[in-house]
Design a protein around this ligand. Structure first.
Ligand code: URA
Length: 447
């Protein structure tokens, strides 16, 4: 079928055959199909959506556009976790070592931060010497030996996503559930994992602003995984305020170490335990979510998770002294308090604005090529529901080398709403969507 016919059929709401979709992606990759035709097709998908078979074909074509990892030499069930992106979201850093300490292999491939959301790789790189670009053979070795390795994507994994995402970015077609879902799942499936836990966020700081949209995205992500023969569990979680108190790179690493020492902010611990519990179920290390959560809580309380992180930091070349003395992580050059303009109860904290304030200070990047400043960020002193006095500090700007204090202060102030009423909070986990019956054995999904 000619590309123009594929575009026309999608424009008119018809279902495309898997072959037509595969040919489109292959043509785009080879350069036979120009980007303007791919862009027109993306817009047609934006308006018309994709059916389940179309989505499976698109994800599969993207997945096979590059290198697919082979982790079959690792006998343990391999489970990864992916978050659709949040502010203060250091959960992977707490979770992955705790899950590995419970006997489930975690070959974690993470991304960098972009825009107002942070990235796990940037946080890890705040540990002096820590390498996130291990060669595939070394990655396998570290997972085999320690049950965990934490690396970034290579340029050869899902190159079709890089091309398509670049086009979506400049054609206003990013906010499409099938396009987001195929983009995320093609990259996760390329890791060669057996199972996946997804944290699909909704609220002011998330891609999906409403619970309804986040649930729809979660259902599509889970369906793609199931069609690829993987067990996938998605938790739909609130991103209505930053997670924990630290928003930044080194500061989030420090907070993750606190959680692994059995303390840290309550919401961060709770989310770690919830997501970790599901990973243990998928990895066959717990009979159900409650048992999994109990094991993760134990791994945090006993220091077993922290010990696993210590081993992985050594294996990946990082300065292991930061585990026992997190003050050795890069520190901000100055701290500037942002006082409350009025007294009352914190009603909301717009996580996107806090994320943007941190970005202005240098913690995030506007463009993929930008560097981040490990020391910059925001410390959120007061969270939703806290009582504050007029003039007392709401949050602290942690300054690195960048200017922008005035803009960051204005954004931080805009982020807070303070009034006298007792605020209504969204539950931390609003929905759980599974590709499988709870309690079914892990082999069922990998067959
Ligand atoms: N994350 C991705 O990897 N892709 C998207 O399209 C959106 C979020």
């Amino acid at each position: 079928m000619r590309p123009v016919d594929v575009i026309r059929r999608k424009r008119d709401g018809e279902e495309l055959s898997p072959d037509a979709i595969r040919a489109l992606i292959a043509g785009l990759m080879s350069g036979e199909i120009p980007t303007y035709q791919a862009a027109a097709w993306l817009m047609a998908v934006y308006f018309r959506g994709l059916g389940r078979a179309e989505l499976a074909a698109l994800t599969d074509a993207m997945l096979h556009s590059g290198e697919v990892m082979d982790l079959s030499s690792i006998a343990a069930v391999k489970v990864d976790k992916h978050s659709t992106g949040g502010v203060g979201d250091k959960i992977s850093l707490c979770l992955a070592p705790a899950v590995a300490a419970c006997g489930v292999a975690v070959p974690m491939i993470s991304g960098r931060g972009l825009g107002h959301t942070g990235g796990t790789l940037d946080k890890l790189e705040s540990i002096p010497g820590f390498k996130v670009d291990l060669a595939p053979a070394r990655f396998l070795e570290v997972v085999r030996e320690h049950g965990l390795a934490l690396i970034g994507q290579t340029a050869t994994v899902v190159p079709a996503d890089r091309l398509l995402y670049g086009l979506r970015d400049v054609t206003a077609t990013v906010e499409s559930i099938p396009l987001i879902a195929s983009s995320i799942m093609s990259k996760k499936l390329a890791e060669g994992i057996d199972a996946l836990v997804l944290d699909v966020k909704f609220g002011a700081g998330a891609f999906m602003k409403t619970l309804k949209d986040a649930r729809a995205l979660a259902e599509v992500l889970v369906a793609i995984g199931a069609d690829a023969g993987k067990r996938v569990t998605a938790l739909v979680t609130a991103m209505d305020q930053p997670i924990g108190r630290a928003v930044g790179n080194a500061s989030e690493m420090r907070e993750a170490i606190e959680v692994l020492k059995g303390s840290g902010p309550e919401d961060t611990r709770a989310l770690t335990v919830k997501l970790g519990g599901e990973m243990l179920v998928l990895g066959g290390a717990a009979a159900d979510a409650a048992a999994g959560e109990e094991r993760i809580a134990e791994a945090l309380a006993s220091g077993a998770g922290l010990d696993r992180l210590r081993r992985v930091v050594i294996a990946q070349g990082g300065d292991v002294r930061v585990i026992d003395d997190p003050s050795l992580l890069p520190q901000p050059r100055a701290r500037v308090e942002v006082p409350a303009p009025v007294g009352g109860i914190v009603q909301t904290i717009d996580a996107e604005k806090i994320g943007r304030a941190a970005m202005v200070l240098g913690a995030g990047r506007r463009k993929a090529e930008d560097d981040v400043d490990a020391t910059a960020g925001i410390e959120v002193l007061h969270k939703v529901g806290d009582h504050v006095r007029e003039g007392s500090p709401l949050c602290v700007l942690e300054l690195g080398d960048a200017a922008g204090v005035a803009d960051a202060r204005a954004l931080a102030l805009e982020a807070y709403t303070i009034a006298d009423a007792v605020p209504r909070r969204a539950p931390l986990v609003a929905a759980v969507i599974r590709s499988h019956e709870p309690g079914s054995p892990p082999e069922a999904a990998t067959a």
